[in-house]
Design a protein around this ligand. Structure first.
Ligand code: G3H
Length: 173
């Protein structure tokens, strides 16, 4: 069986400041993780030749008008939006942005590719996207997806064998 490795990018400045959105620069600690991750992948997949591609479809959930704000600011400026999201995080669509359901739908080609691929794959992406991908492989129910814990600086290795799916976690820092 070949592994699929899922990981979030290293800690970002937005992560540090509790800001929503996926287009932030990496913090020093995030930078360190990127080096550790590269080392890990090199050792774990040493005999593999891997192509590296950047895929827009792996971008973070689009937070629309709330991109770059904190949850506090969202709550203060637009409390009804904040409450609507809290009530139904799966279906809530950010104004001019996406919902988790939108993200799940846009990931369909990624899942098809991951299923088809015979070689090991490393997916480096964002929290909401990884929740959705992980839920697919770990067979977790739709309603849980927005609440799945997806820690930073951790690699989730998924092995799909004949006897089902196995999972290992490596916390690098
Ligand atoms: O900035 C976006 C976050 O990674 C998504 O987290 O859906 O739990 O607010 P959230």
């Amino acid at each position: 069986p070949r592994p699929i490795l899922l990981t979030r990018h290293g800690e970002s400045q937005y992560n540090v400041r509790g800001r929503i959105g996926g287009d932030s620069v990496i913090s020093d600690s995030g930078e360190l993780y990127s080096k550790k991750l590269a080392n890990f992948v090199e050792k774990r997949l040493k005999n593999e030749r891997a192509a590296s591609i950047q895929w827009r479809v792996l971008d973070e959930i689009n937070a629309g008008v709330f991109d770059g704000l904190t949850y506090e600011e969202m709550k203060k400026n637009m409390p009804e939006e904040y409450e609507a999201r809290k009530k139904d995080k799966l279906r809530y669509r950010y104004p001019r942005g996406e919902s988790y359901l939108d993200v799940i739908q846009r990931l369909e080609p990624v899942i098809i590719e991951l299923e088809r691929q015979r070689a090991p794959v490393v997916v480096i992406s964002h929290q909401a996207v990884l929740r959705a991908l992980y839920a697919y492989f770990a067979d977790r129910p739709l309603k849980e997806i927005p609440h799945i814990e997806m820690p930073l600086h951790t690699i989730i290795e998924i092995q799909m064998g004949v006897s089902g799916v196995q999972e290992k976690r490596y916390k690098l820092m």
